[in-house]
Write a protein that binds this ligand. Structure first.
Ligand code: SAM
Length: 278
């Protein structure tokens, strides 16, 4: 019988945030696949756990995931951990998880810290709906596309950023955000945990030369939801607007009909008439 693949969340700063179940799992598995084995070794030493480690990071994900799958099929139980937080969230993991699912291997999540969630709940910004964008791309074109998306998204937006790129990212955001609320969640769970709140301009002023790990939380674009604005769009643009928000076809038609105060069938008819395939 195949072994289990455990996705084990580890602390994002404060080591006391490790869960009892995470410790139990790390003690009981046959092997731990770690993003950086030296990092994980420090964690294991702290909790006096001795276990074989294998490296599993972005640059060897393809090869190492095949090796891990072979071991799982052979019956070994494996824990996957990243350097901090939840594996697979802006961290390696996806590759082996997909392959494990294909092979019918049991995947078990061992929940724990995740920087975006901890930042979000402390932000004071709407938690009901949010879009996590991870790190913004460095490639100019892709970055612009993401920034355009941030401009229109009406729900809370969460971004990860490395300290040395923070200023550039905040400057880029200042070009599109006007007076929306932004929260910089810094050094979560650590001694210098801090939340910097304000408009993008205010946050920029307060964040010069800031060090440490950061999550940026951005209030969604509320203006964009003004129905008058939406109704000024062409039907195709209106459709695209909801498509970018992640709505499926059925819900897009429903939303357009509601915005324009017309029957759903009328919207369908319009698209058919224009020979637009949805
Ligand atoms: N898998 C991790 C998680 O579950 O949050 C994220 C790993 S990603 C490579 C690292 C990024 O997460 C950092 O650049 C920062 O944006 C965010 N992050 C991680 N730890 C943090 C902390 N203690 N405080 C603030 N942000 C943190």
């Amino acid at each position: 019988m195949s072994g289990n693949l455990y996705l084990v969340a580890t602390p994002i700063g404060n080591l006391n945030d490790i869960t009892l179940r995470a410790l139990e799992t790390l003690k009981n598995v046959d092997l731990i696949a770690a993003e950086d084995t030296r990092n994980t070794l420090k964690l294991l030493n702290y909790f006096e756990i001795k276990k074989p480690l294998i490296s599993y990071h972005r640059h060897n994900e393809e090869i190492k995931s095949n090796i891990l799958i072979e071991k799982l099929i052979a019956g070994q139980n494996i824990a996957l951990v990243s350097d901090a937080g939840t594996p697979g969230i802006s961290d390696p993991g996806e590759e082996v998880i997909k392959k494990a699912i294909e092979k019918g291997i049991n995947i078990i999540s061992i929940p724990g810290a995740c920087a975006m969630i901890n930042a979000l709940i402390c932000s004071g910004i709407d938690t009901k709906e949010f879009t996590f964008l991870g790190f913004l791309p460095l490639n100019k074109k892709l970055r612009k596309e993401k920034l355009d998306k941030i401009k229109t998204l009406d729900n809370t937006i969460i971004i990860y950023e490395a300290p040395h790129k923070l200023n550039t990212t905040l400057l880029d955001l200042s070009e599109i955000l006007e007076d929306r609320q932004v929260v910089l969640a810094r050094e979560l769970t650590k001694i210098h945990e801090e939340f910097i709140r304000g408009t993008i301009k205010e946050v920029l002023e307060k964040s010069e030369n800031l060090k440490g790990e950061m999550v940026i939380i951005i209030e969604g674009n509320k203006d964009k939801y003004e129905h008058n604005n939406l109704n000024d769009l062409s039907l195709e643009e209106h459709y695209k607007y909801y498509e970018e928000l992640g709505y499926d076809k059925k819900d897009i038609i429903k939303a357009i009909a509601k915005d324009r105060n017309v029957n759903k069938n009328e919207v369908y008819m319009q698209f058919t008439k224009n020979k637009k395939s949805l």
